[in-house]
Ligand binder design. Structure first.
Ligand code: NAD
Length: 499
């Protein structure tokens, strides 16, 4: 039964969409529609950008002290409501509650980093660059910034963006995923309660129509995007064509290299967590295990033993370790990769396709799946599956493992498991991937570093949040100044030279 219609949050108010177009919000664990979200029309986008532009007139001049206070208050409210956010998230996304709590925590860490804005926004200064002439730089806000975010981290990924952009003095229009949108309204209302002036953070729901209008709107200065690679490329190309600063983070296929000397129990624990956590719907999930030499024979029995104990079910039930996938269409797409791998001669060691969760027969579940003897030509290797499917590729040597990773179009995250420090050091230096784990399967940088992949996992120059986030959301300005001394007056047409 439909219970709610989610509206935009514009200028501090809930505002209904003016178009008739709506999207269903499912509970992926039951398969039931639990609400709907109204999609923006072009007029809605224009009105939202106008509101953000108006709010920007004051917010860009708000003191660092004011911004810091509001961000600290927001930090307190997110922390207080962590479980409320996590519950909302589980209901619409499906991930298990403890995982949702972890997501909120990692988003909160970016808010905490942004609380340090007074340190982060300091410019540089040099006295007496020439006689009695000083020079200094300042970082100024861009104006209105848009964020477009994916379904898989509906709380955290937007928090990679808006606390940073707002700390830098920008106003923000967030277009979250239409599949699990409620959590963004909840967080925007918390920010308002924390004292954020109306119009500084706006949530606009919608689909391609809304995104396209944001990309071409003359008053949107910059766009942060996180989502799949085809859309990331489109956002980057279209946004930059319209003169915007764009960072567009895309998809992934993260390989974990297992050398034969590794601690196999540690590796098995790590890969099971990294492949099946959040049902594999993480851009940093491990989806390929590259076993070097005889590593496969040692680790696979340990992996299957652990997989046999995994509990898949409704994310709100405490015994569940893995929840459903986001939609039925996505569930069936993930299963189709397993079908294709089987047809192509790979060996399905653990098959999640027949899984039924009692009492949740209409839920979008697929059990953890393990495929051995995968080769680079198979679709399950080439494509980002984004589900609980781990492919095992066997190679002869470390060099073969590195060549395999370099042959893939993605370069988001990777990991190596070994007890050989020299091999680990060589790997971290050689590998053409943006985030590297050494005996750490999911190397997501802390909030005070920046997050980003290489190759087709990121379009743009700067990574997201951390120091790169400050650079992305500000424009550098350099000033050269002098307080004139009456002794040095007079016209001089020569090119200024430093004396
Ligand atoms: P998606 O690309 O389908 O959607 C992302 C956003 O783009 C949504 O807000 C959606 O409404 C919008 N969108 C979708 N189609 C569009 C179109 N044709 N034109 C304009 N806008 C469009 O991604 P998703 O399925 O929501 O999320 C999963 C993907 O996100 C995976 O590929 C995953 O790897 C990636 N992801 C990447 C990172 C990262 O940091 N690199 C993090 C999280 C997720």
């Amino acid at each position: 039964m439909t219970t709610k219609l989610l509206t935009h949050f514009i200028g501090g108010k809930n505002v209904a969409a003016t178009s008739d177009k709506k999207g269903d919000i499912f509970n992926p664990a039951t398969g039931a529609v639990q609400g709907q979200v109204g999609f923006a029309s072009t007029a809605d986008v224009d009105a939202t950008v106008a509101t953000a532009k108006e709010a920007s007139r004051e917010w860009r001049h708000s003191s660092l002290a004011t911004r810091t206070r509001v961000l600290f208050a927001f930090r307190e409210l997110v922390n207080k409501h962590k479980d409320d956010i996590a519950r909302l998230l589980t209901l619409e996304h499906g991930k298990v509650f403890s995982d949702a709590q972890g997501e909120v925590q990692r988003g909160l860490e970016v808010v905490e980093y942004a609380c340090g804005l007074s340190q982060l926004l300091k410019g540089e200064r040099s006295d007496d660059v020439s006689t009695d002439v000083d020079t200094w730089s300042m970082r100024q806000p861009l104006g209105v910034v848009a964020g477009i975010t994916p379904f898989n981290f509906p709380a955290m990924v937007p928090m990679w963006m808006y606390p940073m952009a707002i700390a830098c003095g920008n106003t923000f229009v967030l277009k979250p995923s239409e599949r699990d949108p409620s959590v963004t309204n909840f967080c925007a209302e918390l920010f308002q309660k924390a004292g954020l002036p109306d119009g500084v953070l706006n949530v606009l729901h919608g689909d391609k129509l809304a995104v396209d209008r944001l990309l071409e709107h003359p008053d949107v200065a910059a766009v942060s995007f996180v989502g799949s690679t085809p859309i990331a490329r489109y956002i980057y190309e279209t946004g930059t064509k319209h003169g915007k600063r764009v960072q567009a983070l895309g998809g992934a296929k993260n390989h974990m290299v297992l050398l034969p000397d590794a601690d196999m129990d540690l590796a098995a624990d790590a890969v099971v967590g990294a492949a099946y956590g959040s049902a594999g719907e993480r851009c940093m999930a491990i989806s390929v295990l590259v076993c070097v030499g005889n590593a496969a024979d040692k680790v696979l029995p340990r992996i299957t033993e652990r997989m046999a104990k995994l509990v898949t079910g409704n994310g709100l039930e405490p015994q569940s370790q893995m929840g459903p996938l986001i939609t039925k269409v996505h569930r069936d797409r993930v299963a189709s990769f397993v079908d294709a791998a089987e047809k192509d001669g790979a060996k399905i060691l653990v098959d999640g396709r027949p899984l039924k969760v009692p009492g949740h027969e209409a839920g979008f579940f697929l059990g953890p799946t393990l495929i051995d003897h995968v080769t680079p030509s198979m679709s399950c290797y080439k494509e980002e599956i984004f589900g609980p499917v781990l492919s095992v590729v066997r190679v002869d040597s470390y060099d073969d493992a590195v060549a395999l990773i370099h042959g893939h179009i993605y370069g988001n995250g990777t990991a190596i498991f070994t007890n050989d420090g020299g091999a680990a050091r060589k790997f971290q230096r050689d590998i053409q991937v943006g985030m590297v784990g050494i005996n750490v399967p999911i190397p997501v940088p802390m909030a005070y570093y920046s997050f980003g992949g290489w190759k087709q996992s990121l379009f743009g120059d700067l990574h997201i949040y951390g120091p790169d986030g400050i650079r992305f959301y500000t424009r550098n300005k350099v000033v050269i100044g002098r307080w004139p001394d009456p002794r040095f007056r007079g016209v001089d047409l020569g090119f200024p030279q430093h004396k």
